[in-house]
Ligand binder design. Structure first.
Ligand code: SIN
Length: 187
């Protein structure tokens, strides 16, 4: 089994103590439990947000995983999120928070003000043990409606993310379609 937390700790990108840009596209947009020096909306190219990652530790359990966001490569796609400039020490907390399968990758961030910078993003790739993979938006909504974990109900993750994306003026058909199914299930 791949220990993503150990791999993240060995990364050389944090050597030197300089602040680093981090791109958040899931709970890192709306649950900011870490210090940051600056933050601004950004997008990354050729990645798309998908609720294809299982959650054993936040929105589900190992026996009954929830479904949370990861990024999947898609040529010409663009994923909007929030970028935070953070001190390298913050990654000790973040690597623990994201320990269920997310690896830190380096990518180019395009900020909404037109500037660019290299940054890090946590991505759960399909070879991690918690990866669930594709399902229809209707099935994902049913799964989310029935899941909960130590961080709370799984629907809270989806609904908070959808709200935050609207505030960023980000169109995300995958997330908004799951939201519609979820709201229909609870009405
Ligand atoms: C992220 O938000 O950028 C990573 C996935 C998550 O923590 O929900």
């Amino acid at each position: 089994m791949i220990d993503t937390q150990a791999i993240n700790k060995m990364q050389s990108t944090l050597v030197g103590g300089q602040p680093v840009w981090l791109f958040g596209y899931g709970s890192l947009i709306y649950k900011v439990d870490f210090d940051y020096l600056a933050c601004k909306p950004a997008r990354i190219a050729n990645w798309t947000r998908r609720f294809w990652q299982g959650s054993h530790d936040h929105r589900g359990t190992p026996e009954a995983p929830g479904r949370v966001a990861t990024l999947v490569e898609e040529p010409n796609a663009s994923c909007i999120g929030m970028a935070y400039k953070v001190s390298p020490e913050v990654f000790e907390h973040l690597d623990h928070r994201e320990k269920n399968g997310y690896l830190r990758l380096t990518t180019q961030l395009h900020f909404s003000d037109g500037s660019e910078a290299e940054g890090l993003v946590y991505i759960a790739t399909e070879d991690n043990v918690a990866f669930l993979g594709p399902a229809s938006e209707a099935d994902i909504a049913k799964h989310i409606a029935n899941s909960k974990g130590p961080s709370g109900p799984n629907d809270e993750y989806l609904l908070e993310l959808a709200k935050a994306l609207r505030e960023l003026n980000a169109q995300d058909d995958h997330v908004f379609t799951i939201e519609q199914h979820l709201l229909a299930l609870s009405s």
